[in-house]
Design a protein around this ligand. Sequence first.
Ligand code: GTP
Ligand code: SPV
Ligand code: MN
Length: 591
Amino acid sequence: MTKQSNRGKNRALAQWVAEAAQLTKPDRIVWCDGSEEEKRRLTQEAIASGVLIALNQAKRPGCYLHRSNPNDVARSEHLTFICTPDKDDAGPTNNWAPPEETYAKLRGWLAGAMRGRTMYVVPYVMGPLKSPFSKVGVELTDSLYVALNMRIMTRMGQAALDLLGDGGEFNRGLHSILDLDPERRLICHFPQDNAVWSVGSGYGGNALLSKKCFALRIASYLGRAEGWLAEHMLILGLESPQGETTYIAAAFPSACGKTNLAMLLPPPAFKGWKVHTVGDDIAWLRVGPDGRLWAVNPEYGFFGVAPGTSTRSNPNAMKTVEHDTIFTNVAVTAEGDVWWEGMGFDPPKGLIDWRGQLWDPNSGKPAAHPNSRFTAPMTNNPVLSPKAEDPQGVPISAIIFGGRRASTVPLVMEASDWSQGVFFGASMGSETTAAATGQVGVVRRDPMAMLPFCGYNMVKYFEHWHQIASRLRNPPRIFQVNWFRKDREGAFLWPGYSENMRVLKWIVDRVKGRVGAEQTPIGLVPRKEDINLDGLEISAEQLRQATSIDPDEWRAELDQIEEYFKKLGADRLSDFQVRIEKARTALAKSG
Ligand code: GTP
Ligand code: SPV
Ligand code: MN
């Protein structure tokens, strides 16, 4: 056991650790302090026990590979529950279970579960130290992989205990991988107790309890009670050649482009423009004394999608993962380096696939799992914003909602006001991806990209968004984007990635009142001449298709949105129904 200066100071924490140990019966308890010495020791233990595989240290210093159980490669939404005394508090979109029965069931599963194992006590801070936004969590886990990932993803260790002091409030996360049996896998949230119990999975959002469980599901619940927002959003600063920086937050569903946009390298035509990453996945937003919306990134690292990441698509991510990175479920070359589909070069001979077997290029199966990931500290990112650690956060001038839609939704639209913007977000649809288990590529409604992450009643969440506006004297403008529209052959119409800068520029110009827009039945769109296409090879027809608003498609879309809101019981939010009717009337007029 490591020496600890003040782990016993918080009596509630000491008592809870003792209770959890009584239940799970670990052989050892290790309190993580976050030190370099501890990192070295735990990494060695992980290598010795096969949890991590050392990669080629000459090519990728400080980098390791983890192969998860093949039945445990993505978030399990069907096994994720919100446990509130009243079912209505979980609302129409969440799986619900009663708290007492759920605790009893999980206690049964957890009894003696850590026998022969170590329980890591992982204290962490979400948000910059000394920030009014920040909150403390403690995860108790029997997974060394989780402990090492939490060290990258959060401000982990002694700093959290110091911040907690002797009486502070903290999120209680209890995690055991049990035997990774999908039949005994559940991720349960108890918002009233500020607690998460997760069992039977060691993967990503199921197991790193700081991330989706605390920073989104529990935090969204706390945010409603306390008057702020916890959102599935990246945060970026866009600096002009004149040195003026505009901050933008953007909500896209899982594996729909947040990390890529947050690290964007502008194309040559945008000389002097710079993107600074504040966050790539989660934003905590508060109304400031100035009536603006201020945001922090509660995390400290990136848990990013590997496939599709290349020197061309995201050079800053490639630099971020050059060292001190844990890779999960990627392929490995004969030289001990990493490889994945879309890395920008052909797979070298002798590639080992994500399951640890020699890969057969003719197998038709990917070498890296489609949801393979990298865990890297945010300080590795060459374009990390100097404001990423600012306790006050950054002032948000624009919010973007975006989905993955092969049709219907144009490249970019602007809402005429906050309330239409809330409608944009609430009515958003997106094709499912490999980030969650289940069918990939089916369109589902995913309000504000929060469908799997809102910790309370979705209708109350929409109301909360409306209510925040009353305190915003200077609200951000709201936009909707779609990088993923396809032509008849199934090819993407818009080149995406760094070229998304062209859309960001229009957004900034709108915010600053420097450019006009055209009113359509659905929203405001750029006039042709307002999107800078210098240096971009795109045919006029391709651009027309990427930006078009097809009345028939939109009539069908509005029917689906209306039906969805009725299903949720959100149609009683009269504003939504009025918007649908208005759009229908405008579409009818436009022919
Ligand atoms: P989570 O971490 O799951 O929340 O994902 P994310 O929203 O951060 O998505 P990410 O940026 O990792 O991108 C997911 C996938 O979409 C990757 O395979 C990317 O290569 C691809 N992608 C990202 N941006 C674009 C784009 O502008 N156009 C196209 N066609 N693909 C993109
Ligand atoms: C997502 O699925 O939105 C992710 C990955 O960011 S996970 O941490 O698994 O939730
Ligand atoms: Mn995410």
